[in-house]
Unconditional design. Structure first.
Ligand code: NAD
Length: 346
């Protein structure tokens, strides 16, 4: 079996984890890496990953130096959350004739919020004969692909309610800030109003995917973000939260068909939820025939699963027809443990 040759673009928390994971997969070979951090450029990838050995792959600062379709089958982009910010890089990958997976949250279903950019990506990918996928743990897996899969045996679905209750403590300052952790309730409100506190990125994408997969005809999506106010002192290396201050963000997205609520996604995220006896978990409730209630405790680990689902989708993307794809457009993901049926199709 010929290994799939991968370019890892973005070597931060997710990209470096995916690179380490791919080194363990016999069907995948990292042949190139890109990151704009000056301290990485020109170094061997093994050194950047802290492996204590070299891999013979130098980190490029300029993607143009490595975007060669005779050497690279697929690029994995782990750089940003926003499509508009990633578009220049996506255009470079696609026009070079290279397949692409992005973990930018908005890329999980570009049509949800940026249909013009989604169409441009689809047209460009078809023109150059490549496939582009947006994925990750959420959006991309827990609150959309898994929900859709669970309805697979249903005769009918009236309404879906799913929630992901997780712990923000392991995350760095960017996430802590974007969730409003450590602010006062008043500053949280102001941050939501001015867009500096965003909560979760991905509800429009997840709801759009679920609606489209099932034909639920959602025509309106509303979102609310409320502060989770702590009753106790909480602390991480990046933030201290006194009682009365904000420990996290309770973000809800609701999809309506006319006046009827059909999809409700709930994502309360806070540091150290256990200090107020809050269990973490992923819960999917499908109201229909039959009624289904799935509960995963604790929640599927976000970072690990983002790396996993992205790497596991690589053979699907390489084997797919050209165009912009979502998780609902490709075969189901499975852990790549050896010579899998999926990989044999490539
Ligand atoms: P990070 O900040 O740790 O790493 C980003 C890396 O990309 C950095 O090394 C940075 O130097 C590099 N970079 C940024 N822009 C670049 C560019 N244009 N060219 C080259 N290098 C560039 O972030 P992370 O934790 O690895 O996450 C990456 C993104 O993926 C974030 O926006 C995050 O929100 C998103 N994400 C999505 C999911 C999901 O479920 N869909 C899950 C995890 C992370």
């Amino acid at each position: 079996m010929k290994p799939i040759r991968v370019l890892q673009w973005g070597l931060g928390a997710m990209g470096s984890g995916m690179a380490r994971l791919m080194l363990d997969k016999s069907g995948l070979q990292i042949v190139a890496a890109v990151d704009s951090r000056p301290e990485y450029v020109g170094k061997d990838l093994g050194e950047v990953l802290g492996l204590g050995k070299t891999l013979g792959v130098k980190v490029a600062g300029k993607p143009e130096d490595v975007l060669d379709k005779s050497k690279v089958d697929i690029a994995i982009l782990a750089t940003t959350s926003w499509i508009s910010e990633q578009m220049p890089d996506l255009r470079k990958v696609i026009t070079a004739g290279i397949n692409c997976i992005s973990i930018a949250e908005e890329m999980s279903d570009p049509d949800a919020q940026s249909p013009a950019l989604g169409k441009e990506l689809d047209d460009l990918a078809k023109k150059h004969g490549v496939t582009v996928l947006g994925t990750g743990v959420n959006p991309g897996f827990v609150l959309d692909a898994l929900v859709v899969m669970l309805t697979g045996g249903c005769h009918s679905v009236e309404r879906i309610e799913a929630s992901r209750v997780n712990d923000l403590s392991p995350y760095g300052p960017t996430v802590i800030k974007s969730q409003g952790v450590g602010t006062t309730p008043e500053a949280f409100k102001a941050g939501v109003a001015d867009g500096s506190i965003v909560g979760h990125v991905g509800f429009p994408e997840s709801i759009h995917m679920i609606s489209d997969a099932l034909g639920l005809s959602v025509d309106r999506i509303e979102q609310t973000r409320e502060p989770i106010i702590s009753k106790v002192y909480r602390e991480t290396p990046h933030v201290k939260v006194q009682p009365g201050m904000v420990a996290g963000c309770a973000h809800i997205g609701v999809g309506y068909r006319g006046d009827k609520e059909v999809v409700r996604l709930v994502h309360p995220q806070q540091i150290h939820p256990q200090l107020e006896n809050q269990d973490t978990g992923d819960y999917i409730n499908i109201f229909g025939k039959p009624e289904i209630h799935m509960s995963i405790k604790p929640e599927i680990a976000g970072g690990i699963a983002t790396m996993g689902v992205t790497v596991n989708m690589i053979p699907h993307v390489v084997a797919a027809t050209p165009g912009m794809k979502r998780m609902i457009d490709l075969p189901m993901p499975a852990a790549l443990m050896g010579e899998s049926a999926y990989q044999r199709r490539v």
